[in-house]
Design a binder for this molecule. Structure first.
Ligand SMILES: Nc1ncnc2c1ncn2[C@@H]1O[C@H](COP(=O)(O)OP(=O)(O)O)[C@@H](O)[C@H]1O
Ligand SMILES: C=C(OP(=O)(O)O)C(=O)O
Ligand SMILES: [K+]
Ligand SMILES: [Mg+2]
Length: 561
């Protein structure tokens, strides 16, 4: 962006509400609550959930459908202040009830994630059912993501205990025996047959990337005897890695399938239940993604499940571009990644992946330990807030909560922190405008090239004209994604007739997905949109809208009539 833009946007930044002043040729949509925009706004002083809840509206059946949290946010805070960064919440024992899920939905959860490492089939089914019911009965638009277990080496279930403490110098046995509930003291099962053969005396055994550390002292048949060198809590099904001479030992993992037989059954379940996203753990190459995508295409006639590659295996790092291109999105899964590469490399890998995904137009989620201390405490550490700010500053599409929302004491508070930090940092970015992405052309065909260039140009116009919103009518979501990819200053209203496209667009930065039937008459669709949105109080006359249409290959600049 040109330097003159910086000063312009700075002026804008301190006058969001007064920007309807006479000097502005493009009147803004009135912001009902200008106080909310004043600086400085303390981090955690969010409106209480109940205040949002009380303003929520019941669905306007059949006409235009948008999730009720976004609707309330738009009405209360105006276009500029809608959150652009999306939020994925892992659902676990703390949040699997209908009311708890509703509280997360009200708090701004865009995607609910179920991790197939944990819980039973019935439990997963119930969670999906709750989310669907929330959407249908209460007007939310929450998408569901199923995350595969993968077949890296894990500990077993700790004989039913929720955790176990390993102390310094204690001798523990890791075994491939099946022990069930009569697990002897200080004995841990490992899920991988070749485990005992693969490790050597002197190897270091890391639980969860180093939360607890052992050294192998002896091997006796299927049992590996270890001495604890870094004490800590052992949690059920924690990941195990072993290191020799300072390097990760990968031979066994390299042979394990990325999608195990159990994962295929879970995937069948996900397809049958109609989940919106399948996240594949420990992806190592593009092949597995291509295979899964063709499997889904053959079994899910509408082909409406997006495949997200979890980048956490050291082997994925040499094939990033190929993997991301084959996928419908990626996750920077920093938990296991930090167990496979030195921790100090994780931030730069994150940055690379986020930038690459933006260039390749794939949504990217930054995951794991964003607010880890909030599993126990009601307030995050300053360092965690800085980490979240960094991910928002990189303009990742989405942030993810894991234990914080699955089993922590403060799921709603953790969600509120992600929300408030996102809003704050997004606003700062708009003011500074320092990192507007110069997107490179990706097009493989003239048609796609035209779509790309139209979207790039439309976003430039919208930024220069300080438009209130971009509107896009999109059947597959592609045009909407191309607008999002440019990270515009204003939100993008994406209208689609397809409810699963609408749910999938939930993961895209800055997109507000609406369901709307199309008449194939652009002008009449547009008129209808304006009158429906006006009737709902979501836009008002005079607002400046840039409308992008693939059908007409047009970019229109319209003042809301
Ligand atoms: N369905 C579930 N049932 C019980 N506990 C769960 C469930 N999902 C998640 N959790 C808990 O939340 C923690 C964090 O979730 P997540 O990051 O998805 O898993 P993991 O720690 O296995 O990578 C898990 O370690 C587990 O203790
Ligand atoms: C998100 C991750 O995967 P999971 O929680 O399934 O281990 C991770 O490892 O960071
Ligand atoms: K998983
Ligand atoms: Mg992982």
């Amino acid at each position: 962006m040109t330097p003159s833009f910086t000063s312009k946007s700075l002026r804008f930044s301190f006058s969001i509400a007064p920007s309807h002043s006479k000097s502005n040729p493009y009147p803004k949509i009135p912001l009902p609550n200008p106080k909310f925009h004043q600086f400085p706004q303390p981090l955690l002083r969010l409106k209480p959930i109940s205040a949002v809840q009380s303003k929520l509206l019941v669905l306007d059946a059949g006409a235009i459908v948008v999730d009720r949290v976004t609707e309330a946010e738009l009405k209360e805070n105006g276009f500029r202040s809608t959150r652009r960064t999306k939020i994925v919440c892992t659902i676990g024992p703390q949040t699997c009830g209908f009311d708890e899920l509703e509280a997360l939905a009200v708090g701004g959860m865009n995607v609910a994630r179920i991790n197939m490492c944990h819980g039973t089939r019935e439990w997963h089914r119930q969670v999906i059912e709750h989310v669907r019911r929330l959407n249908e009965e209460k007007g939310f638009g929450v998408a569901v993501m199923m995350d595969t277990e993968g077949s890296e080496i894990n500990m077993g279930d700790l004989g039913g205990a929720t955790s176990a403490k390993a102390e310094d110098g204690e001798i523990w046995t890791f075994t491939v025996r099946t022990l069930g509930l009569d697990c002897p003291d200080r004995t841990i099962t490992a899920n991988c047959d070749g485990f005992a053969e693969d490790v050597k005396v002197g190897d270091e055994l890391l639980v969860d990337g180093g939360m607890v550390r052992f050294v192998v002292t002896e091997k006796i048949g299927p049992d590996v005897i270890c001495c604890c060198t870094d004490p800590g809590m052992l949690l059920p099904r924690a990941n195990l890695t072993f290191w020799r001479d300072g390097s990760l030992v990968r031979e066994r993992n390299a042979m394990l399938p990325t999608i195990s037989s159990k994962d295929w059954l879970d995937i069948d379940f996900g397809i049958a239940e109609g989940v919106d996203f399948i996240a594949v753990s420990f992806v190592k190459s593009a092949e597995v993604i291509k295979h899964l995508k063709s499997y889904i295409a053959a079994r899910s006639p509408k082909n409406d499940i997006a495949v997200i590659a979890k980048l956490e295996s050291i082997d994925s790092l040499s094939n990033l571009e190929e993997i991301i291109l084959a996928s419908d999105g990626a996750m920077v899964a920093r938990g296991d990644m930090g167990a496979q590469i030195p921790l100090e490399q994780v931030p730069s890998v994150q940055e690379n992946i986020v930038q690459l995904c933006k260039q390749l137009n794939k949504p990217v989620i930054v995951a794991s330990q964003l607010l880890e201390s909030m599993v126990e405490y009601p307030i995050p550490t300053r360092a965690e807030v800085a980490d979240v700010s960094e991910a928002v500053g990189q303009q990742a599409d989405a942030l993810m909560l894991s234990g914080e929302s699955a089993m922590g004491h403060y799921p709603e508070k953790a969600l509120a922190v992600l929300r408030s930090v996102s809003l704050r940092i997004e606003r700062q970015l708009r003011e500074k405008r320092h990192s507007t992405l110069e997107v490179q052309t990706m097009s493989s065909s003239l048609h796609i090239g035209i779509q790309e260039e139209m979207c790039n140009a439309a976003v430039k116009m919208a930024n220069k004209l300080e438009a209130d919103a971009l509107f896009v009518y999109t059947k597959t979501g592609h045009m909407a994604s191309l607008l999002s990819r440019n990270r515009p200053d204003c939100p993008v209203f994406a209208f689609t007739p397809n409810s699963s496209v609408r749910r999938r667009l939930n993961l895209r930065w800055g997109l507000i997905p609406f369901c709307l039937s199309f008449s194939n008459e652009m002008e009449s669709d547009l008129k209808r949109t304006f009158s429906l949105l006006k009737a709902r109080g979501m836009i008002s006359s005079g607002g400046l809208i840039i409308v992008v249409s693939d059908q007409l290959r047009s970019i229109q600049v319209i003042n809301v009539p």
